[in-house]
Design a protein around this ligand. Structure first.
Ligand code: BDR
Ligand code: CA
Length: 313
């Protein structure tokens, strides 16, 4: 087997972040070098704790979890308890983690790891606001040329927005950070709402997780049961989008996704459209492509992969 691909997961768990972390930890093709927590769905004190809860659930208390930025670069924090509940991982009752939080700052860990590992061998997987990643790129511009790829969940084009009519949550919370990341010249793969709104749970898919009969399977079913109620009421859909696992699934099965290499710019000025990902899907400008912006997913294959991998934990 080829060597596992090295990744760092930057995250604000979040039930869908938690499923993404489980998917990564269940996959031998990936080596998770560490997890960096950021403020987003809930404040940092909870996201770093939730990340450790998920590592323990996966039987990986040895993993290093770092706390990062506790607020966006230039704005007050906006959170999403209305979706994820007060803890960020509402649904099942879960015990506090025993494994320690690492003493260092997540941004230092990102910089040090990217400098220590061979160039182009570490992929970053941001699943929340891009504050940690942008802060690292600003403080240590040399790391941009060392990152293999950034595969992130954020933005939207045809689906437009979920936190405002114009913006997706992760980009909206820290648009200045997103502008830095999209302008950094790093190979970028973007999983926008256009993809994740097709990665919808339904009864059969949730029951398949529960039927695994394992603790991780039960947790995934109970988390999705919890946040489904919000999305079903909002979109009238059969289930809820599993946004963040799309990032990890792309690393395992890129063939499940379709997208275009296009230019994507971030709106940071307008009050009305702050955090909008202005994606040149139709190629109507001469602005250079800076991202592989995904538009479609083969949802059946995605859920089969997810279920098969969660079963291994
Ligand atoms: C994104 O926002 C969060 O609520 C989810 O965890 C996901 O990363 C979807 O807009
Ligand atoms: Ca997230």
């Amino acid at each position: 087997m080829t060597r596992p691909r090295k990744i760092i997961i930057d995250t604000d768990p979040g039930q869908d972040d938690a499923v993404a972390i489980l998917l990564a930890l269940a996959s031998p093709e990936l080596e998770v070098l560490g997890i960096t927590a950021v403020a987003g769905n809930v404040p940092l004190t909870l996201t770093q704790k939730n990340a450790r809860i998920v590592c323990e659930l996966a039987g990986r208390p040895d993993l290093r979890v770092f706390a990062g930025c506790d607020r966006p670069i230039a704005r007050p924090l906006v959170t999403a308890e209305h979706v994820h509940g007060k803890t960020g991982l509402d649904g099942p009752v879960m015990a506090d983690p025993v494994m320690p939080l690492q003493p260092g700052h997540a941004v230092d860990f990102l910089i040090e790891t990217l400098r220590a590992e061979a160039a182009h061998t570490v992929t970053l997987c941001p699943l929340g606001p891009l504050t940690n990643i942008a802060t690292a790129l600003t403080r240590a511009p040399d790391i941009a040329g060392r990152i293999q790829q950034i595969v992130l969940m954020g933005g939207a084009y045809f689906e437009v927005g979920n936190i405002t009519p114009a913006a997706e949550f992760n980009i909206y919370v820290d648009p200045e950070a997103a502008a830095t990341v999209f302008g950094a010249g790093v190979p970028l793969v973007v999983m926008p709402l256009d993809v994740t709104h097709k990665a919808l749970t339904n009864r059969a898919r949730v029951e398949a997780f529960r039927a695994l009969g394992t603790e991780p399977g039960r947790m995934v079913a109970e988390w999705t049961d919890f946040f489904e109620r919000f999305d079903m009421a909002k979109y009238g859909s059969e289930g809820a989008p599993l946004h963040d696992p799309c990032v990890i699934a792309y690393l395992l099965r890129p063939d499940l996704f379709r997208g275009r290499h296009i230019n994507v710019e971030i709106e940071t000025q307008s009050d009305l459209t702050r955090g909008m990902t202005v994606a040149d899907w139709w190629g109507v400008t001469t602005r250079p492509a800076n991202a592989l912006f995904m538009g479609d997913i083969e949802a059946g294959g995605f859920f089969d992969l997810l279920t098969e991998r969660i079963a291994r934990l």
